[in-house]
Design a protein around this ligand. Sequence first.
Ligand code: A2H
Length: 256
Amino acid sequence: EGVGVQEYTAIKLEVKEWAEGAKSKVEGKIPEGGKVYFVPATLRPETMYGQTCCFVGPSIKYGIYEVVQGKEYYFVSERAARNMAFQNIFPEWGVFPKVAELEGSDVIGTLVNAPLSVQKNGIRILPMETVKASKGTGVVTCVPSDSPDDYATIMDLVKKAEYYKIKKEWAEIEILPIIETPTYGNLTAKYLVETMKINSPKDAKQLAEAKDLAYKEGFYKGTMVYGEFTGKSVEEAKPLVRQQLIDSGDAFAYAE
Ligand code: A2H
């Protein structure tokens, strides 16, 4: 990854209903009125309108960490919680109080509210086997219009819903065009995955190439076709959407 600092936007997806497998591990750990958020780290805040689900690594260990006593809790990897504790995200420098421990597989099916997403009834937590424990928060929000990894994972989840023990309709959600690009149209990820004949989310080499193409085309040539900044270039819209999410309390800056 080189020597640079990666400036992520950490998005707060509030839990509305825990999956069965999570209930016993969360029960009694969060006081009445306490809110728990799944916190994906993204480099593409301007795409958040198109969130259709949120991914965790099924065998990754996560914690629920107390950020505001009795009130606000984040579901992230321990590594991310530690980093956040040195970025003034927790009240006490270097301290990240853990109230519960879960595996990704425990939370599959949990219903969360995703800021800006057109899915106003919420989106589901789903498994993504290629999530890296060593990057970001270990939580990845899914935008299948613009992320080839997300698109390939969704196609696989829909195809093998039974194997993944999920409801097909949790994954099979209409894909919203957010960004128009001259070369790939308005569903960049779908276009690239199909034309490059990527058949699996584990097709790492081709997905890395697709990700690179999608990112460059989107950032330098993309125009917003959804939301408040429709008509603006992605380059212009990105910091505006990010600031809006931060100002509304739905996101915060996270670096590593
Ligand atoms: B991005 P970089 Cl629309 N494991 O957000 C695997 N992938 C992870 C991750 C982890 N632990 N943490 C974050 N990511 C994903 C949106 C998006 C993203 C779009 C298009 C491209 C894209 C919606 N998913 O990423 O290695 C997150 O997905 C491709 C650049 O730090 C995050 O941004 O450069 C991105 O990878 C961070 O990747």
